[in-house]
Design a protein around this ligand. Sequence first.
Ligand code: KG4
Ligand code: ZN
Length: 338
Amino acid sequence: MKDKKHLTLGIETSCDETAISVVADGREVLSNVISSQIEIFKNYGGVVPEIASRHHLENINGVLETALDDAKVTIDDIDLIGVTKGPGLVGALLMGVSTAKAIAFAAHKPIVGVHHLNGHISANYIQHPDLEPPFMALITSGGHTEIVKVDDYNKMEVLGGTRDDAVGECYDKVARVLGLGYPGGPKIDKVAKEGNRDAIHFKRVYLEKDSLDFSFSGLKTAVLNYLNSEKQAGREVNRADVAASFQEAVMEVVVRKAVDACVSLGEKKLVMAGGVAANSRLREMLTEECRKHKIELYYPSPILCTDNGAMIACAAYYQNLKQGEDDLDMDAYPYLEF
Ligand code: KG4
Ligand code: ZN
């Protein structure tokens, strides 16, 4: 039993990870259990929503029990329940939201519904105990690519985002056509290390002057066209070169826009968040650019970059402090604005 510390149970089921964590005083992780469905979806080349929901249903009670056991607490010790309410796959979200509501109702606990992206940002509060808003955040994940001005724990403004594919989605699709498997992000990251990033020039898409929006669907098509034309010409493709050249075209744009956002608003702290924040080339390029512009760069450890319950618990803790709890009629919202 952890005396006096405020304990938040964080539940995350927005995509294919059933993840539950116990976090003390908002930032101290007591347990962080993640049941991934990656092995299942390798056979499909991507997440199948209906199958994901069913697996959440099968897994969630066991994950909850392990999260409580690992933290050496019981439900009675928990002070607050945080759950991802959106955006995400609706069936998957509902598994987490229903579980959170059932516990809240049965055990008389307050509940807070968290925006998934606020969760990703909050992973940095856990990683960096001294980090406080305001700062700029770059969120790159399987479903999102966003530059967000974070003024307070519960006050954020989206300055730009993708108009079509998210960065992670683009990585996953390109990895699939290269035959690298699922999930593609880490595979491209690894293979690209062996390749020449100047081998093929893929166009960098910056959109209108000063725009902080992104567009990656053209790049995905450009990779596909390149592969087809090489095949037709009977030439063998060097997958490492394609991966490295593709990665460079994506990350050059992402880095430029994230740093531009900081410079134009005089922001001296940049926080990376989301699954793609684990990308080694993105970290390398951002580290270099931030050094040049005297911007402090923050990113979470790989385990806190991908979907997890600890980041949701942390976000819920601060949201509860700032604006209080939610009602039990809270729902799951597949398309939730920031
Ligand atoms: O944040 P996340 O776990 O789930 C969403 O909220 O979408 O992000 C998953 C995405 C996948 O597209 C995966 O391929 C990508 O993050 N990813 C990476 C790397 N690790 C994961 N992309 C590029 N490089 C990586 N090292
Ligand atoms: Zn995520």
